[in-house]
Design a protein around this ligand. Sequence first.
Ligand code: 5GP
Length: 189
Amino acid sequence: MQELKEKIEKYGTVLPGNVLKVDAFLNHQVDTDLMYKVGQEFAKHFADQGITKIWTVESSGIAPAVMTGLAMHLPVIFARKHKSLTLNNNMFTADVYSYTKKTTNRISISKKYVEAGEKVLLIDDFLANGQAVEGMMEIADQAGVQVAGAGIVIEKSFQPGGKELRDKGVEVYSLAQIKSLEDGQVEFV
Ligand code: 5GP
């Protein structure tokens, strides 16, 4: 998606540890026009597949997920993150290691909003090692829910998540693919 790449080039900054900071339009301030187009693009790509709901993980996935839900006229669930190891029978849970924060969070989705036989589209802001998407897939598995695929705003293709998911047969659709962040420079695939 050309407009997204231009925003990354203009506003993205590279932090140590191969982290791309895009606070200007995605992770802190949200460019709503851009995010609206992101939602339209995911909706177009995943149209006519019988998708019943959009899932994401709080908090940075919410903006693109909600725009996708709006474009597809579908509800959006954002999995909640908890530091503590709270056990709750009313929740589906999975443990997710956070690439940027270097901590493990338990993500959870209430059983109240999940029905067996549903088909969900997973959305996230970034794909690095694939932990967030894998966590949502684990919950889908527990819940008897089918996964249509994953819509990713920015994939860091030099990290293994994208390849691992595609090798498992998951349809991963990324709107920008980054080949390298070496020397503080963003290089697209
Ligand atoms: P993964 O679970 O695929 O290892 O990492 C994806 C998650 O980590 C995303 O939900 C995102 O919040 C965060 N993340 C990973 N890499 C980056 C990055 O380079 N920049 C930002 N802002 N977040 C990232």
